[in-house]
Design a protein around this ligand. Structure first.
Ligand code: CP
Length: 307
C-alpha cells in the first residue's frame, strides 16, 4: 500500500500507482470482509462525517466501512439541527469537530474546493465525499473496482459517460481515473449539459447516444442535477429520455458483454428505464456493494499514511 497519502481530496492529483494501491486495498477488503464480518484495522479510531448535502450511498457505506473495521463513527448533518444554521463557517465547524479528537473527517459540500480548504486547516486526514461539481473520488474508485471485476483491467476499455456532464463530480473523477488507467472515455449528452473544451481532458465528445454507446464496454448513466442548474437546460424530461435515456431501444446495439452503471440516485424514466436499470447488464447494485470495500480501503490507507 502507498503510505504517503495524507488526504483523499480528488483523483486529478493522484498517480496511476496510487490509484492502483487504492483499488488493490478495496479488492483486499472486499475479500477480507466477505470472509470475516468485522475486522480490527481501525479499532480505537473515530471517524466523523460532515455532510452539507443529502446522501444515501456515500454516507451509509463510509459508516459501514468504518464500523466493520472496528472504528467508532459519528455523523453530523449541516442542517437546522447543527450550529451551521446559526452562521458558523465550514472551517470553524470542522475545527470544532477536530477538537473532539476524531482520527478522520469525511466532508460532502456543495462548494467545489471545500475539502481542499479543510485539508489546509486540519491536522487529521480529510476525505472528499463529493464537492460541488468538482470531484467525488471514492465514487470513481468504486466504479473502477466494479469495472475491473467484470473485465479484469481498465486498460483499452471504451467507457461512455452519458448525461449531465456539466454538473457531475462523478463524471470528472471518472474521467481523471479512467484516463490515467488507460481506458478511452467518450462523454455524451445534449450540448447544454456538456461544458466547452471537454476534449482538453482527453475525452471524445458526442451528442448522439446511439453512436456514443456503439462499441462501448461500459455505459455509465448520470442523473440530471436540476439542483445545480440556474436555468432550464433541457426542454422536458420526456424529450430527454427519448434522446439520451437508456431504454430497450437505445441498448439494442450495445456490445454483447457491455455493462451498464449508474452512481445513483437514479431517476427512472428520465435517464434510464426501469427494465434497463434492473436488467442483466446492470451492475448498479454491485457498485453500491463495492462502495463499502473501497471506502474501507481508503480509510485503511490513510491510517497507514498517519502512522
Ligand atoms: N453516488 C452517490 O454519491 O450517492 P449518494 O448521493 O446517495 O451518496
Amino acid at each position: 500500500m502507498n503510505s504517503a497519502i495524507q488526504h483523499l481530496l480528488g483523483i486529478e492529483d493522484l498517480s496511476a500507482a496510487t490509484i492502483r494501491a487504492f483499488l488493490d486495498a478495496g479488492s483486499k477488503f472486499k475479500k477480507d470482509l466477505n470472509e470475516k464480518k468485522n475486522l480490527d484495522t481501525l479499532r480505537g479510531k473515530t471517524v466523523v462525517s460532515l455532510f452539507y448535502e443529502a446522501s444515501t450511498r456515500t454516507r451509509g457505506s463510509f459508516e459501514m466501512a468504518a464500523k466493520r473495521l472496528g472504528a467508532d463513527f459519528s455523523h453530523m448533518t449541516a442542517d437546522a439541527s447543527s450550529s451551521v444554521s446559526k452562521g458558523e463557517t465550514l472551517v470553524d465547524t470542522a475545527k470544532n469537530l477536530e477538537a473532539m479528537a476524531p482520527d478522520f473527517l469525511i466532508l460532502r459540500h456543495p462548494s467545489s474546493g471545500a475539502p481542499q480548504i479543510l485539508a489546509r486547516h486540519l491536522k487529521i486526514p480529510v476525505i472528499n465525499a463529493g464537492d460541488g461539481f468538482h470531484e467525488h473520488p471514492t465514487q470513481a474508485l468504486l466504479d473502477a473496482l466494479t469495472i475491473e471485476e467484470k473485465f479484469g483491467s481498465l486498460k483499452g476499455l471504451n467507457v461512455t459517460i452519458v448525461g449531465d456532464i456539466a454538473h457531475s463530480r462523478v463524471a470528472r473523477s471518472n474521467i481523471h481515473l479512467l484516463g490515467k488507467m488507460g481506458a478511452k472515455v467518450t462523454v455524451c449528452g445534449p450540448p447544454t449539459l456538456i461544458p466547452p473544451h471537454m476534449e482538453m481532458l482527453g475525452v471524445k465528445v458526442s451528442y448522439n447516444l446511439k453512436e456514443a454507446v456503439r462499441g462501448a464496454d461500459v455505459v455509465m448513466m448520470l442523473r440530471i442535477q436540476f439542483e445545480r442548474q440556474n436555468d432550464k437546460q433541457i426542454p422536458s424530461t420526456g424529450e430527454y429520455f427519448r434522446c439520451f435515456g437508456l431504454h430497450a431501444e437505445s441498448v439494442k446495439d450495445l456490445k454483447k458483454d457491455a455493462i451498464i452503471m449508474h452512481p445513483g440516485p437514479m431517476n427512472r424514466g428520465v435517464e434510464i428505464s426501469a427494465d434497463v436499470a434492473d436488467g442483466e447488464r446492470s451492475v448498479i447494485l454491485n457498485q453500491v456493494t463495492n462502495g463499502v470495500a473501497v471506502r474501507a480501503g481508503v480509510l485503511a490507507m490513510l491510517e497507514e499514511g498517519r502512522e
